[in-house]
Structure formats: structure tokens, C-alpha cells
Design a protein around this ligand. Sequence first.
Ligand SMILES: Cc1ncc(COP(=O)(O)O)c(C=O)c1O
Length: 343
Amino acid sequence: MEFVDLRSDTVTKPTAAMRKAMAEAEVGDDVFEEDPTVNLLQERVAELLGKEASLFVPSGTMANQISIRTHTVPGDEVIIEADSHPVLSEVAAAAALSGVQFRTIHGRRGILTAEQVAEAVRIPDIHRPVSRLVCLENTHNFGGGTIYPLEEIWRIREVADRFGLAMHLDGARLLNACVATGIPPSEYARPFDSVSLCLSKGLGAPVGSMIAGSKEFIARARKNRKMFGGGMRQVGILAAAGLYALEHHVERLAEDHFHARLLAEALAELPGIRLDPREVETNIVIIDISPSGMDPREAQKRLRELGVLVLPFGKGRLRAVTHLDVDREGIQRAIHAFRRVFC
Ligand SMILES: Cc1ncc(COP(=O)(O)O)c(C=O)c1O
């Protein structure tokens, strides 16, 4: 059976044209900074995000963790949303690899306010950790692909400046936010000292994330990348996929957002499901199935039998993510399967 795979936007396979670009890429040793394709990708992304420099790394997790390590010293505290990716899904790496503590705050669908951040900053005291860094996530994955309002980010920046904190953006899906709002990536990146961006999510590359920041920050991040085992060699074959994705797969993210909305609107009609389609801002649909009384694992299994893959997403919830490899027909198949399970 051919599945409609809505588990994540990471499941996409490189297209034939992307594979061709990869096969033809010029390469060199990137630890020596001699890979021309990696260098080009790094220049392009720095320009896209309006920063002085950028760095190619293997994964979104490594991008966040190198950034945290580069901003902090052991014993520091990081102010971060409670359901953000580094808190829930990076295996406590910030504690293990950087020796920092997270001060977690619950946002509304992942979005923090400046007041919440200000309240979380530690007063200088012999007993307290030093507040050093604020991490935000745009779009917010566990919040349901939520877009951060730019005005709120600037208000948080004011708080950060007042207390001398750095700011990092987990922008794994930043370009989804940009396509949905029309706000250029450089505008969204401007309030931050460092920004990560994933090439392997909605953009459809098989591997790779970027970190952007000042030249000085990226030089230190490069050293930390080596320490974390992320120094790569003839990796232009992967950077070529990233360059291809940035050229061909950004504008089309609007299609994924449209598909997510279609799916959400149809599912909102079903009796066993609670969902407000207006909350679906990008390509992630969080489906509250608690009215059905069905266990998410059971729902996952039944949908799978009908050819649709989704993920259980906490108590009473499923997650569906639209992407490059799901077309309109796939969405219709998914809607049909949900109707059979939940009607
Ligand atoms: C918001 C966010 N940040 C970071 C990551 C980590 O990316 P990777 O799986 O490439 O480590 C993910 C992965 O889904 C994510 O959703």
C-alpha cells in the first residue's frame, strides 16, 4: 500500500532534480573550509538572514546545541518555552553538552510574551544561576506550527537588552513563517544574535541545517561544531541539496499551508475531533481526538490500516504535517481515512 505520510515534514525524499544537483556538486574538504558548494550555501544563507556569516551543520538539533554552547558557559541559565524542541526533543543535550540549565516558561501555543521573559530573568545573587540566553522557536512545532508575532519578538529583544541577554532563534521552520506572513527572513532574524534554519524539513533536502550570526559568533560556533563531531569533509554534495531547496522549494511552502488548512477544515467537522482550523497557521495540524475517547495509538493504528500515517502527539492528540511529498490527492485520501475512523 502506498502511504500518505503525514508524520513529519522530515520524511520527504530528494527529487530527481535535487539528486542531479547533488551529483554534480563541486566538493572539497570543508573542515579546511575548502568546499566551494558549502561556502556558497553559507554565503547565501547569511545573506538571506541578513547576518555576517553562516555555518552548515548536520542537523537542527546540532544547530541549536552549538548555538547554546557558543552563547553560554557551564552554570548559565537559558530562558526557553516549556514545549520547545530543545526542551522536549533534544535528549537534554544542553545540560549534557553545555552544562546549562533551562528555565522553562509555558507560552500560549508556544509563544512567549515579553512580560513572561522579563519575569524569568534572575536577579543577580550569589545563589542564582546567571540568565544568559533567551531561545525562541518560529514556527513553534509543538504549539502547532505557530507563527511568532514580530512585534512580540522585538518586545522580548528590549527585555534581553535591558538585562544583557543574548537571543537565539530556533528557526527550523522559519521560512514557513516567512511565506505565511510575507515577512522577509532577514526581518525575522534581525532581533536575534543567532538563528538556526533547517534545510531538511519543509524545504525537502535530505540533510542539513544552518546557523547564522556575526562573523565572530560563527567562528566560535565552527570550533564548537568540530568539538561536537560535526566537522564534515566533501559535504558539498549535501550543501548542493540545500542550495537547490532554497532556490526551488521556498515559495511552494504556501501549498503545504493550504493543504494543512484543507485537512483541518475537513477534520473540524468530525464528531470525535476538536480542532479550530483558524489555529492552523502553517503546515502543522494538531488534532485533539479526546472527544472520541480513542487512544491516540489506537487511532494511529487504524489510520495506518487505511494508508495514512500520523504521529500520536501527547495525551488525546495526533499530529499531521503537510510537505513536498503530499499532494492534494493525498490530502483527500487522508480526509477520507479520518472520516472512516472518527465518524
Ligand atoms: C523546531 C525544531 N527545531 C529543531 C529540530 C531538530 O531538527 P533535527 O531533527 O534535524 O535534529 C526540529 C525537528 O523536528 C524542530 O521541529
